[in-house]
Design a protein around this ligand. Structure first.
Ligand SMILES: Nc1nc2c(ncn2[C@@H]2O[C@H](COP(=O)(O)OP(=O)(O)OP(=O)(O)O)[C@@H](O)[C@H]2O)c(=O)[nH]1
Ligand SMILES: C[C@H](OP(=O)(O)O)C(=O)O
Length: 229
């Protein structure tokens, strides 16, 4: 199985611009990517980062076995096109009778664990999806040679419809860890609460000065000098 990890390398995580500087967003996005690559390798797979710009994984100082298993390919097409070019049955595929399945795991799944990924990656459905809140498609496994993605907006609902149209059976993988993509300031607290000790993303946030604000209402990640909304 091939596992693609799309990565917007140049201006990542723009929706975090109210709480992180551009340099911090880049560091944080790379920390989440490192955590995702580690989880994919520990689930037994060799991830390829599909990056919008060149990316030197050597500068990530990944543990040896993670660095050895992970690779980068540069593709500056929009997300949907770049992913579709890699799905079973696409032009980039050889004309195998039975193409290899392809998984697509987003680089901002900071809570992903090998066990959570394994539940998706061992699905035998034609298409398996771990949706995100708000109907995103956080992680996907495609076996069907006619299935194509259409990301953004309500992509989970759209992908269900696409699967129905081509007669593919679809499994929805219900997973808190895969369902939590880190898009907006309110998501940062999930990294601090549920990130594991060894993960980079929570360490980076703490290094930036974030902590869990328990003072009132719903908990959130805040640093002391952030102005109140
Ligand atoms: N290869 C590639 N990856 C992308 C592209 N856009 C987003 N990604 C990656 O796809 C995943 C989901 O991205 P989004 O959350 O929609 O966008 P983002 O760029 O991370 O964040 P925002 O700028 O806040 O929208 C992340 O892993 C991104 O790094 C793209 O055009 N090409
Ligand atoms: C790529 C996109 O991510 P979101 O913008 O929902 O985080 C999607 O899941 O369709």
């Amino acid at each position: 199985m091939r596992v693609a990890v799309p990565f917007a390398a140049e201006t990542p995580k723009t929706r975090l611009e109210s709480v992180l500087t551009p340099a911090e967003r880049s560091t944080f996005a790379r920390a989440m990517l490192a955590d995702v690559l580690r989880a994919v390798v520990e689930a037994g797979h060799e991830p390829t980062v599909v990056s919008t710009a060149p990316l030197d994984l050597e500068t990530f100082a990944l543990p040896g076995e993670i660095a050895a298993a992970a690779s980068v390919t540069v593709d500056d097409r929009p997300l949907t096109e770049a992913v579709n070019a890699r799905l079973p049955g696409s032009d980039a595929e050889t004309a195998d009778d039975e193409p290899d399945p392809v998984a697509v795991v987003m680089a901002d799944l900071a809570l992903a664990t090998p066990d959570a990924l394994d539940r998706l990656l061992t699905s035998t459905a034609d298409v398996a999806i771990a949706p995100g809140r708000g109907s995103g498609t956080n992680a996907l496994l495609v076996r069907h040679p006619e299935f194509r993605v259409d990301y953004h907006g309500t992509s989970y609902l759209d992908h269900r419809e696409i699967a129905r149209e081509i007669g593919a059976d679809l499994e929805t993988v219900d997973s808190f860890r895969l369902g939590t993509d880190i898009d907006e300031p309110a998501d940062l607290v999930e990294v601090l609460v549920h990130g594991r000790e060894r993960d980079r993303a929570p360490a980076v946030l703490r290094d930036f000065g974030f902590d869990i604000d328990r003072l009132e209402g719903r908990v959130e990640a805040r640093r002391p000098n952030d102005s109140a909304d």
